[in-house]
Ligand binder design. Structure first.
Ligand SMILES: Nc1ncnc2c1ncn2[C@@H]1O[C@H](COP(=O)(O)OP(=O)(O)OP(=O)(O)O)[C@@H](O)[C@H]1O
Length: 246
């Protein structure tokens, strides 16, 4: 089976800072992968490099046979950003946000047609936000905001979905809804990569896990990734243990 995403020998620097070093990974379609790493370990940089937003110093990214930049241009990748990277006061409705996913599909008039409106309505329905379509995006809860961005990716018909910390600031019920939704989207054949600090959600969420600390420390089963010795290498301590005592 050809990997949907193949990264080889990827290194990224910001001036003197080495954010990623010699990263190799393969992600297959139909699977959810959890990307685990402490703050500053390079998770966002990895997403950006795989979307062709930051240029690698070395190595390459192939997305379904294309370069990262080509794949982004073709709308192959949808990105759900970290909450703090979004201006929630921006005067757009939930419907408008989801319609943004159709931009790569719009014809020469650049005006949404019937097919675009249908795609947006179906995406909103899929994430159970139809009744919120007219609301300003900032008037949604944390979990609903994430679902609106997932709907944007569905409307975009993206085969690949990257989510950067989708559970941060989200209550348990919304978290469970997002986990269920991502599992369904993977079952449809999408490739899903989710960065998260929420290790407790991992067994239900992900088919496999990657531990990142500038380099890939581990890629494999969730149960192995969650072993104390694996986490100790990734975080320098065992965070599950920390949660239990705090
Ligand atoms: N635009 C930038 N300019 C300079 N340094 C940067 C830039 N973006 C990230 N870095 C640095 O690169 C390293 C990796 O950062 P990155 O944001 O990829 O980590 P992260 O794992 O996503 O962290 P977090 O969990 O806090 O979001 C960090 O040392 C960070 O300070």
């Amino acid at each position: 089976m050809t990997a949907a995403i193949e990264v080889s020998g990827l290194s990224v620097r910001y001036g003197e800072i080495r954010a990623l070093e010699d990263v190799d990974l393969k992600l297959d379609a139909g699977r959810v992968t959890g990307l685990i790493g402490m703050n500053g370990s390079g998770k966002s940089t990895l997403f950006k490099a795989m979307m062709g937003i930051v240029r690698p110093d070395q190595g390459e990214v192939r997305i379904a046979g294309r370069t990262a930049a080509e794949a982004r241009k073709h709308g192959t990748i949808a990105y759900v950003p970290q909450s703090e990277d979004v201006d929630w006061n921006f005067p757009v409705s939930v419907h408008d946000v989801v319609m943004m996913g159709r931009y790569s599909h719009l014809g020469w008039t650049r005006r949404p047609g019937r097919a675009d409106r249908v795609a947006v309505a179906e995406a909103l329905d899929r994430v159970e936000l139809s009744e919120y379509a007219g609301r300003q995006i900032g008037q949604l809860s944390g979990g609903q905001r994430r679902r609106a961005f997932v709907a944007r990716g569905i409307a975009q018909e993206a085969g690949i979905l990257f989510l950067d910390e989708p559970f941060a600031g989200v209550d348990k019920r919304s978290e469970a809804t997002i986990v269920r939704l991502l599992r369904e989207l993977a079952a449809d054949g999408r490739t899903i990569l989710v960065s998260t600090h929420d290790l407790h959600a991992l067994p239900e969420l992900a088919d496999e896990a990657i531990l990142l600390l500038r380099r890939i420390l581990f890629q494999g089963s969730v149960s192995e990734a969650l072993r104390p010795e694996s986490l100790a290498r990734c975080f320098g301590l065992d965070p599950l243990e920390q949660d239990a005592v705090s």
